[in-house]
Design a protein around this ligand. Sequence first.
Ligand SMILES: [Zn+2]
Length: 215
Amino acid sequence: MLEQILEKQQEFNQYLDSIDLSVLKEQYTRSELDNFSNQLYSLKTRSLAFEVKRLTDEMKKEEYPELLGVHHFPVLRQIDFLTEEQKIELDKFLVSYRKGNYVSGLWRITKKHGTVKEIEKFLLDKGVVEERHYAICPKCDQGYISSLLTPEQKQGIEKIITENESEERYEYLDTFLDHVCMECDRSTVPEEIETLNFKTVYKMVQERDTSLDNV
Ligand SMILES: [Zn+2]
């Protein structure tokens, strides 16, 4: 049966290929051809390739019910503070981030700020993501005055800020901090910094499980 369908489709394709547009141009008026074009557009052509693909997708899910649940990041099954649907959403959501990308927009999974924080902590604890930090401008509390910092660099900065003022301190801070804020254009020199706030972002560091990709 499949062979027969293919054969008929090929036959029809050959017939289409044989149609010479220049002959149509000679034999018909523009309005006749316009009308013909509209008629062709209004014919509903069944897309068997699309329908069959959808069918095999359904068959695959019957064969591998795991595909309906969390399967890209199996570790998410351990979460006990989200519903099953939310875990599946999260699993799908994280697929769009490759290793090295920064994950943002977890509010799509839940609008609850506390739960977003819990998800971030879970992903961090399980080694799915790593933390990176920006130092926030003390002048406007909005812009960033550093490049992306590792947790160790952030700790180093926090430590040195609390220590006695010294040449070393300025040199160290100078390595990581930009003087001018992109948001407010004001400059902050290391000598003035008493405290710094940081904004945390999350970098994807785990590859997803691909074992069910090609089943
Ligand atoms: Zn600023």
